[in-house]
Ligand binder design. Structure first.
Ligand SMILES: Cc1cc2nc3c(=O)[nH]c(=O)nc-3n(C[C@H](O)[C@H](O)[C@H](O)COP(=O)(O)OP(=O)(O)OC[C@H]3O[C@@H](n4cnc5c(N)ncnc54)[C@H](O)[C@@H]3O)c2cc1C
Length: 400
């Protein structure tokens, strides 16, 4: 079926956003502010607020409260919404396809996130960074193990050999889940019956947060009674173990592993320019190399390689802001352009269940402030703020 999207208001410019996560939603909101007619296509009917999903497995956040209804947001901000899964992209023909429909566009904003590196036995692991529903599977498995009363829990993350930049690694949520599980075990007075081990193939996992933050990780591991296993490549995962390159074995009843970020097959199969891992090549204006009509924002893009750079929700929002500003100025013939390079920084409130570490990194500065108790409530507060500000129930704070 052909779809020349039905616009509510007259406009001859067809703007499509694909993806209803941090990047896509922010792009839709900003484009509406610039008064452009815009259609967002998402395979899910909700935006999943990943940063607060870390509490789903430990029973301190409901799945429903982690979702934002896209149809409600579409009404509030006035964008068109189509729930559909895009299966083919022909950027040079200005066309994307789903199983049933063909969509034409004049301008495209790609915001479909990233995939994960496949590894031997990955099916024996579960990731908090996978599909939203996986957080509920982890909850069930953790509940069952806790009901059994004893066992070995392992939590880790890996990288992508095809993209050695830190931006293909997602470590923060692994630390957050690990420390939250430790707090849960303590609350249930089960700490002595379980071993909790953090593993990663890198020599210095977490160093991207900065030397100061990295050096303090040992204090965290000690405080939360976590064993560590670094610096050995993972050969494979089995039902009850992780096997490393030197054939050493880490026993595991529940393996929670965040595999390295990888480009989605949909992007790899498209005519878009990508790096070796399959992330879309963009310039500092977030425009796809060689195609002035297509922008790529958020996790789907190959972001600039700084040792401290990370793909984060707030980076996805910065990229959406930059891309929509540049798009708007370009179609309204204004000269000014914005660069996401200039606004890139790492900021994270790394939750530990009973506190958090506030981490900031830029080219010139690194800050790490441990925030016992209050840090946890700051992150909870951010989740509340994010959802309510998107629903226009409160004013948005500048830069947040
Ligand atoms: C557990 C966890 C905790 C995190 N914590 C933090 C944090 O504390 N702070 C922070 O800044 N960042 C955090 N992040 C990172 C942040 O969530 C991501 O960087 C962010 O989600 C990227 O946004 P995105 O819009 O690029 O991709 P996503 O949020 O992944 O959204 C992609 C969207 O595209 C849609 N889509 C995908 N394929 C298709 C298709 N074929 N057709 C149609 N639609 C499609 C999806 O349904 C989804 O709506 C965390 C991530 C995880 C997983």
């Amino acid at each position: 079926m052909e779809n020349n999207i039905n616009y509510k208001h007259s406009s001859n410019r067809q703007i499509l956003i694909i993806g209803g996560g941090f990047a896509g939603l922010e792009a839709a909101i900003k484009l509406r502010k610039y008064k452009h007619e815009v259609t967002l296509i998402s395979e899910r009917d909700y935006m999943f607020v990943y940063p607060i999903s870390i509490w789903i497995p430990i029973g301190k956040q409901s799945f429903e409260d982690t979702k934002l209804s896209l149809s409600e947001l579409a009404k509030i901000h006035g964008f068109n919404l189509i729930i559909d899964k895009i299966t083919k992209i022909e950027s040079k023909n200005n066309t994307v396809y789903s199983e049933t429909t063909t969509y034409h566009f004049d301008y495209l904003f790609l915001a479909i996130g990233m995939g994960k590196v496949q590894m031997k036995g990955l099916n024996h692991t579960h990731s908090i960074c996978g599909k939203p529903e996986e957080s509920l599977i982890i909850k069930d498995l953790l509940d069952n193990l806790l009901a059994k009363g004893h066992g070995h829990i392992t939590v880790g993350f890996g990288g992508n050999p095809k993209d050695l930049t830190a931006t293909a690694v997602r470590g923060g949520p692994a630390f957050e889940l690990l420390f939250n599980i430790s707090v849960l075990l303590k609350e249930k007075k089960l700490k002595d019956n379980f071993t909790l081990t953090f593993f990663a193939p890198m020599e210095e996992p977490g160093k991207r947060m900065g030397v100061k933050a990295y050096n303090k990780m040992d204090i965290f591991f000690k405080h939360y009674k976590v064993k560590t296993h670094f610096g050995k490549k993972i050969k494979e995962f089995t039902e009850n173990a992780i096997i490393f390159e030197d054939d050493t074995v880490l026993t595991s009843d529940l393996t929670l592993f965040i595999s390295g970020g990888d480009g989605l097959q949909l992007i790899k199969d498209s005519d878009l320019p990508t790096n070796e891992a399959g992330f879309i090549l963009i310039n500092e204006m977030c425009r796809v190399e060689g195609n002035p009509h297509v922008y790529a924002i958020g996790d789907v893009a190959a972001i600039i390689d700084h040792p401290w750079a990370a793909k984060q929700g707030h980076v996805a929002e910065i990229m959406a802001d930059v891309a929509t500003y540049n798009f708007h100025n370009s179609v309204t013939h204004k000269e000014k352009r914005m660069s996401y390079w200039e606004r890139l920084h790492l900021v994270c409130v790394m939750d530990s269940g009973d506190g958090a570490a506030f981490v900031v990194r830029t080219a010139n500065k690194e800050i790490m402030i441990p925030l016992p108790i209050i840090g946890h409530w700051m992150k909870k507060g951010w989740g509340w703020y994010y959802k309510n500000s998107k629903k226009k129930r409160m004013l948005r704070l500048p830069g947040m």
